[in-house]
Each structure stands twice: as structure tokens, then as C-alpha cells.
Design a protein around this ligand. Structure first.
Ligand code: C5P
Length: 217
């Protein structure tokens, strides 16, 4: 019988450094990586493209059920507007239900026969993979996260003020934490990792220590 794939679940608020950490851990252990936020972003972007309202449950659920590879490769996925739309569609239970199987299958049977998967998002440790042996909840102060996100947007040529980015980030975190279905919160058995005072190398080293201690035979 095949060995069970190992899952590393990484959750946390906007721009806490989850994606970079997840990518680095996946590369280090030879695991597959799934950015689950991109699924919600693709749904939000698709609704906006259709001229629909991201708060409309029927429209958003329809977009989630008909998601294609092309939607997942949309060029505007990382924009602020799409991030806010993603947070709205993500509060709709039918949207979350439509995306759940894909995420669980990715974790259970990682592509290319890889022995494990790293998934990052908001509800990986609590809902998508509650039995994951390694769970990290990554945080950083609002200002530091907004500074990182602002730099990322400027690098990409988006025009945004720091104040606007900070306000958007707080709004999105508030929406994500307050929703009834799969709210943003650490799983009871998650390891908390505050990256406020860590550069990327230090954050990766801290995460590797946690993974090593948790997966120790
Ligand atoms: O991680 P990212 O910022 O790209 O996610 C965009 C939005 O998708 C989040 O603000 C959140 O509302 C939603 N999301 C979610 N559950 C996940 C991943 C993302 O609700 N597992």
C-alpha cells in the first residue's frame, strides 16, 4: 500500500508570509504546494469579470463550480480588488463546499506522486485537513503585514497608498475572522509563528524547526 501523504497546513491572515514559507517548505521536503487563496481569488475574479456581485451566493457558487484552469491563471488574481472580492465569496458556504474536495484530494494525493503537500490558506488546519500532522498559524503585526503587502503591490506596478493597503488588510481580516463558515482562526493544535521580527530566512528556519520536531519519528 502507498504510504499516506504528509500534510503541512499553514494558515494566517493577509500577508503574514504564509505563501513564501509554504513554497520554501515544499521545496525543502519535495512536497507539492497549493495556494488555496488563489482558488477563492479565481472565483472572485470570475464574478467581477461577469459583472456580478461577489456577495450574491448563487452567482458566486456558480463561478466556483465551473472554475477552469484558465480562471486559475487569470492575470489580475493578485490585485487588491480581487483580494476583497475573494474575501466576500469566501464567506458563502456553497462556494467553500464547491472548493473543498479539490483541496482535500490535493492533500491526500499530491500531484506527481510527491510524498506530501503544503497547503496555505485560512482554514486548512481547522476544516480542510484537520488531521494534518503539522499545523502552523503564521502572524505578524498589522503594520508590518501592510508594509510587506504595499511593497509587493508597488513592485507589481499597482498604485496604492500604504494607508489604503492597511485599511484593506484590516477589512479583509475582519471579514475572514467574523464569517460563520470556516473563519480564520488557529486550530487548537497549531504552532503559532509570529514573523513580525523575522526576515524570510529566520522565518523558514523557525518553521523547519517546528516541522522537524513534529514529524520526528
Ligand atoms: O491568501 P489570499 O490572501 O490570497 O486569499 C484571498 C482570500 O481568500 C482571503 O482573504 C480569504 O477570504 C479567502 N480564503 C479563504 N480560505 C482559504 C484561503 C483563502 O477563505 N483557505
Amino acid at each position: 500500500m502507498d504510504r499516506q501523504a504528509v500534510t503541512i497546513a499553514i494558515d494566517g491572515p493577509v500577508a503574514a508570509g504564509k505563501g513564501t514559507l509554504a513554497r520554501r517548505l515544499a521545496a525543502r521536503y519535495g512536497y507539492a504546494y497549493l495556494d488555496t487563496g488563489s482558488l477563492y481569488r479565481a472565483v472572485g475574479a470570475k464574478v467581477l469579470r461577469q459583472g456580478g456581485d461577489p456577495d450574491d451566493a448563487a452567482v458566486a457558487a456558480g463561478a466556483a463550480r465551473s472554475l477552469t484552469d484558465r480562471d486559475l491563471a487569470a492575470p489580475d488574481l493578485r490585485s487588491e480588488a480581487v483580494g476583497l472580492a475573494a474575501s466576500k465569496v469566501a464567506a458563502i458556504p456553497e462556494v467553500r463546499a464547491a472548493l473543498l474536495d479539490y483541496q482535500r484530494r490535493f492533500a491526500a494525493q499530491p500531484p506527481d506522486g510527491k510524498p506530501g503537500a503544503v497547503l496555505d490558506g485560512r482554514d486548512i488546519g481547522t476544516v480542510v485537513c484537520p488531521a494534518a500532522p503539522v499545523k502552523l498559524f503564521v502572524t505578524a503585526s498589522d503594520e508590518i503585514r501592510a508594509r510587506r503587502r504595499h511593497r509587493e503591490l508597488l513592485d507589481r506596478g499597482e498604485n496604492a497608498s500604504f494607508e489604503q493597503v492597511l485599511a484593506d488588510l484590516r477589512r479583509r481580516d475582519a471579514q475572514d475572522s467574523a464569517r460563520n463558515t470556516a473563519p480564520l482562526k488557529p486550530a487548537p493544535d497549531a504552532h503559532l509563528l509570529d514573523t513580525s521580527n523575522l526576515d524570510i530566512e529566520a522565518a523558514v528556519a523557525a518553521a523547519v524547526d517546528i516541522v522537524a520536531a513534529t514529524l520526528k519519528p
